[in-house]
Write a protein that binds this ligand. Structure first.
Ligand code: AMP
Length: 398
């Protein structure tokens, strides 16, 4: 997992994002403001009470916390922040869906420029590319502005209500709470009606439509392949304009979203801040790892150490030599529990370390160490202790 976070951190820093470490729990209002028709809030939120009777929630996602931090701290805009850490949702656990899972993500607050949308999508795409995933596809859509929403919702309601009997019972409930979410239904009974539903793109303002064109042009210019998914709606109510999702064809269809995000131009104001727009995404680390497994991206073998320290002395030599080699940036391991010389050499062999550093009473008396090449003819040489690091590096051809 940390390898993935490191790659993400590297890409985010190259793109001028600074790290933010939001708390794992917040005042529950930070999340309930996300919208009452959002599953993450209504059904999945871990809702706690502390000793003072305050209602807190374990974060189900990071965007609201990042916006809350922006409202409190008011950094210069555009403010670019990245994060990594666990999120919590009360779900029925299954492969790729957990109650605690890790996300990495990035948010930009304070710019309407569609180039920022393209930049954050490009950041996610370069992360997947760098870890070597080839079967991740990018889906994009526009959700228009908040002002476009009522007309579209009305059209959707009209469409579904005209044929209410053919809609599944669950979707009939969803229709009342949030018609947009009916488009998310994967139930076969709803498939025909969902397929025939009016498209958001036909209801968005000229401004939002031209911003969407600009994002597409940007993605093409950066040679990031994408597919327009006119029915892609995101789980949270606050999304406006650009919405996107990364899906892995190496995962089961039900849990194939490895990441997603979009614009949320009203959220900062909703949380009591100024009218600042925002755009960002979160990528699921657990699912990304599952996709890596399916695509065979990582070598499942743990890396061998570069050096194995073998010490047949009663003193602290093994501790000291190991520490000195590690300080020089080498990966080093050793045996414990006073194993015999023979058992230690066996362990060195098993570790596949190319070099062993061996020290016995004679070496201690002479202030030397023996270096053995573990492969080939097992050549062994005695070197002065102070030359140990440079000689080991020579043997490792560093
Ligand atoms: P969301 O905020 O729901 O768009 O989530 C962003 C990403 O986090 C998803 O694309 C998934 O990869 C991941 N994710 C969301 N919920 C879960 C979960 N319960 N278990 C594992 N990963 C999740």
């Amino acid at each position: 997992m940390w390898e993935l976070v490191e790659v993400f951190r590297d890409e985010a820093m190259l793109a001028g994002f600074a790290q933010i470490i939001p708390p794992m729990f917040e005042d529950i209002a930070v999340f309930t403001r996300l919208g009452e028709s959002t599953d993450v809030v209504t059904k999945e939120l871990y809702d706690l009470e502390d000793n003072g009777g305050r209602r807190l929630a374990l974060r189900p996602e990071f965007t609201a916390s990042v916006c809350r931090a922006y409202v409190q701290e008011r950094p210069l805009i555009p403010w670019k922040a990245w994060y990594a850490g666990p999120a919590f949702r009360q779900e029925r656990p299954q492969r790729g869906r957990y109650r605690q899972f890790d996300q990495v993500g990035a948010e930009v607050i304070g710019s309407h420029d569609p180039d920022i949308d393209t930049e954050v999508i490009a950041l996610a795409a370069s992360f997947y590319r760098r870890i070597g995933l080839n079967q991740v596809v990018l889906l994009i859509n526009t959700l228009g502005d908040q002002a476009d929403r009522p007309r579209y919702l009305e059209a959707l309601r009209g469409h579904f209500s005209a044929d209410l009997d053919s809609l599944s019972e669950q979707s009939r409930h969803t229709l009342e709470a949030n018609p947009l979410r009916v488009l998310d239904s994967k139930r076969p009974a709803d498939a025909d009606l969902v397929a025939a539903a009016p498209l958001l793109i036909d209801y968005v303002s000229d401004d939002a439509a031209s911003a969407f064109q600009r994002v597409q042009g940007g993605l093409r210019a950066l040679e990031i392949p994408f597919t327009i998914a006119p029915r892609l709606v995101r789980g949270l109510d606050y999304y406006t304009r650009t919405a996107f999702e990364f899906a892995s064809s190496a995962l089961d269809a039900a849990q194939n979203a490895v990441g997603g995000g979009g614009r949320y131009d009203g959220l900062v104001a909703d949380l009591g801040g100024p009218e600042e727009p925002g755009v960002g995404f979160a990528l699921g680390v657990d699912r990304t790892l599952l996709a890596c497994d399916s695509e065979g991206v990582f070598d499942p073998q743990p890396a061998s150490p570069q050096v194995w320290v073998v010490a047949a002395t009663a003193g602290t030599e093994a501790l000291q030599l190991t520490a000195e080699l590690r300080r020089a940036g080498l990966s080093v391991n050793r045996s414990f529990d006073g194993k015999s010389m023979k058992a230690q050499m066996k362990a060195a062999n098993r570790s596949a370390a190319p070099v062993a550093v061996i020290v016995g009473d004679q070496e201690v008396a002479d202030d030397t160490v023996s270096l053995r090449l573990m492969q080939g003819d097992g050549n062994q040489a005695v070197v002065a202790r102070r030359e140990m690091v440079s000689k080991v590096k020579e043997l490792l051809q560093l």
